[in-house]
Design a protein around this ligand. Structure first.
Ligand code: GCW
Length: 678
């Protein structure tokens, strides 16, 4: 049955003419199997080629016919060493795939400096076949642009997943460390196939229990399963752990006892997990404990942990998503205000995850002003893969365009071209500690992610973490081919549908720069009127600020002046009503309802038009999908169709609720000819 479990690694038999085409490039497989990673690579190639071609190539030690596949490193394979390929620029994780002649025979070599690099190369080679690309005259040279490519699981030890819409946590803590579910291996394969090399197992607001000896044994078991696939394990830690499980009176980072406690805890962890990645921390945010509880800074807090893991080569990811205070002024400013002054005060093994936008993973936000603002500190991108604010599991929203929009946004800190991708790949300021982290959408659902199309968001995250300048359309294209079919009659319309899906959700939820109109707490469905939360900055009304005159949050120099956190050319643009891109209009400006938009329409009419457009787009998506019947298996086809029906119903709910509410505030009539809600 096609339940989506195999993700993009389906390896179904290709069409006969494709099999024929690739057969001549897969006659023999020459690959070592002395390390666990080599074995995993061999198994994957055999499984993949067996599936795609109907038979696996002969495993051999020597080349004796045309069309061999030779995999390995110069140090593990004498055959590869003899080729004298230049691998210096590949680093530890890169690879070459090249068509060569060896001893008078044609061959494809997959070469790296490490076993894991070769594994990545093997997955790339399989992808070429899965997407029916040529494997003649190959000369591929790949290495990751970012060092840390991390999935962050917001999983609690009780199995619950914060903002998870795909079932429970896949970590079965009760049965670990003894039972290592096969699913852990499949998880590692999926991640390795897209280059993800780190996983944070527990939620950033999880307690301190995971640091106790019993749980560390369980963590070590998972680390053992992941290690052959090049994946390191990280843990979220609770800053008050020295009190909670250490019996200390304080967690003050400048207290010598606290420092010793963290050092000893790190030593203990590395004794059983020698390649442990390090810690992830959410401190002094949304009620979490942190160094500020003791009058210390984020740098003091991060550094005590950094010093503890440094002797073992570990790192600390110290999150910048902070808004501990009730923020009557402007929550969007807080991260910058707290962190910018600390630039240069962090140890060299600290990296700061920064969410893509200054609020919180909204359907659209401008890029976060911290990007480019902390030249002396490595920053990593934090994207949310799980669709907390984008319709949970059912709505079809491909996040590639969102990620790409942010990565290609120009911070202008060193003039034109200072794009966010260059901040996080380290090239703008010369950092070598670089990375991207994604808040995972994975759970115990058979299809892992709650819907088939949500798998694409895991996929695109990994591909962009490998290379943040890739095109989200190209990634969607390869994902569709691997996940569904190579039939162009399917691929083309489905990729178009995916590419448009993000703008659709922006339109039916939060057009023109609006944010956070979702129901507080659960974040599902519209509630722009909601003022029930005790905290001002948890109320939708705090964000849209609609009144009789107009709508939007004034973040200009006459308002909260959040624009001043951007580099001058960007600040100037956002500060000016006329120059602000309309997609960010209400994020930066409080605009009169009768303001003339570029289209010539009033803001009010345009707002209504966007909501309608969003619904129309979803109708169009359903129509597109209706024509896809028969191209793929019925099981997945039907579920997507049902989910699109839910999405349409809910897009209408969003449109009608938001228009009705905003109309009650603006007091304006609906545009002439506006169709009444069905
Ligand atoms: O988006 C918000 C979520 C919280 C989450 C927080 C964070 C882990 O609503 O559930 O907590 O972000 O990123 O810390």
């Amino acid at each position: 049955a096609e339940d989506g479990y195999d993700l993009w690694m389906r390896y179904h038999l290709l069409a006969p003419e494709q099999v024929k085409r690739y057969d001549s490039h897969a006659s023999q497989l020459i690959i070592g199997s002395t390390t666990p990673t080599q074995t995993a690579t061999r198994d994957e190639l055999q499984r993949g080629l067996n599936g795609l071609l109907g038979h696996a190539p002969l495993l051999s030690n020597d080349i004796n016919r045309n069309g061999a596949i030779i995999v390995g490193t110069p140090s593990s394979s004498p055959l590869i060493a003899r080729l004298k390929l230049d691998t210096t620029s590949l680093g530890n994780e890169g690879y070459l795939i090249r068509s060569v002649a060896v001893d008078g025979h044609t061959a494809t070599v997959i070469v790296a400096n490490t076993d894991v690099g070769a594994l990545y190369g093997a997955f790339h080679f399989l992808r070429l076949l899965q997407t029916e690309q040529s494997v003649d005259h190959l000369d591929i040279h790949e290495s990751p642009r970012l060092k840390l490519r991390v999935l962050e699981h917001w999983d609690y030890l009780n199995g619950q997943v914060e903002r998870g819409y795909a079932g429970a946590s896949i970590w079965d803590w009760w049965k670990l460390p003894d039972w290592r579910a096969p699913r852990y291996t499949d998880y590692a394969r999926a991640n390795a196939s897209i280059g993800i090399n780190g996983t944070v197992l527990n939620d950033v607001t999880d307690g301190a229990t995971i640091l106790t000896p019993t749980y560390l044994q369980k963590v070590a078991a998972l680390a053992d399963v992941f290690r052959p696939y090049g994946i390191r394990v990280y843990l979220s830690i609770r800053f008050s752990a020295p009190i909670e499980i250490g019996g200390l009176k304080t967690a003050d980072p400048l207290d010598p006892q606290v420092q010793r406690w963290w050092r000893e805890k790190a030593d203990e962890i590395y004794r059983i997990i020698p390649d442990f990645g390090g810690f992830l921390v959410k401190a002094n945010s949304e009620g979490q404990p942190g160094p500020e509880d003791y009058g210390r800074t984020h740098a003091d807090g991060a550094n005590v942990l950094a010093d503890a893991v440094a002797p073992h080569g570990g790192i600390v990811m110290w999150r910048t998503f902070v808004y501990s205070q009730n923020n009557p002024d402007d929550r969007a400013k807080q991260a910058y205000e707290e962190f910018k002054p600390l630039d240069g005060r962090f140890r060299s093994n600290v990296i700061l995850p920064v969410k893509n936008g200054p609020i919180d993973f909204q359907p659209r936000e401008p890029f976060h002003p911290l990007f480019g603002a902390m030249p002396k500190t490595p920053l990593m991108m934090e994207f949310e893969i799980t669709k907390e604010y984008l319709g949970f599991a059912t709505h079809l929203v491909y996040l590639g365009p969102l990620y790409e929009e942010v990565l290609s946004a120009d911070t202008m800190v060193h003039g034109k071209g200072s794009i966010v991708a260059k901040v996080i790949d380290g090239s703008l300021e010369g950092h070598t500690l670089t990375g991207m982290t994604g808040d995972s959408n994975i759970g115990t659902d058979r299809n892992w992610t709650g819907s088939d199309f949500n798998q694409a968001n895991w996929y695109v995250f990994g591909r962009l973490a490998w290379n943040p300048t890739l095109s989200s359309r190209a990634i969607a294209d390869e994902w569709v081919r691997m996940t569904f079919t190579n039939n162009n009659a399917f691929v083309k319309p489905v990729v178009d549908m995916m590419m448009g899906s993000r703008e659709a959700v922006v339109d039916y939820m939060t057009p023109l720069g609006l944010v956070h109109l979702m129901g507080p707490g659960h974040h599902y469905g519209p509630a722009p009127w909601d003022a029930s939360e005790s905290r001002a900055d948890w109320r939708p009304v705090y964000y849209h600020r609609a009144d009789h005159e107009g709508i939007g949050f004034d973040r200009t120099s006459t308002g909260s002046d959040a624009v001043a956190q951007y580099a001058p050319p960007v600040a100037e643009q956002f500060n000016d009503l006329k120059q602000t891109p309309e997609q960010f209009l209400l994020f930066f400006h409080h605009v009169p309802w009768d303001y003339r938009m570029r289209s010539g329409q009033t803001l009010w009419y345009e707002l209504v038009a966007h909501y309608s457009q969003g619904v129309d787009d979803v109708k169009q998506m359903r129509e597109t999908w209706r024509h896809m019947d028969g191209y793929i298996d019925d099981q997945r086809y039907q579920q997507v169709a049902s989910f699109l029906a839910i999405q349409q119903k809910e897009a209408q709910w969003w449109r009608d609720a938001c228009i009705a509410y905003f109309q009650s505030i603006s007091g304006l009539p609906l545009p002439p000819g506006y169709a009444p809600p069905e």
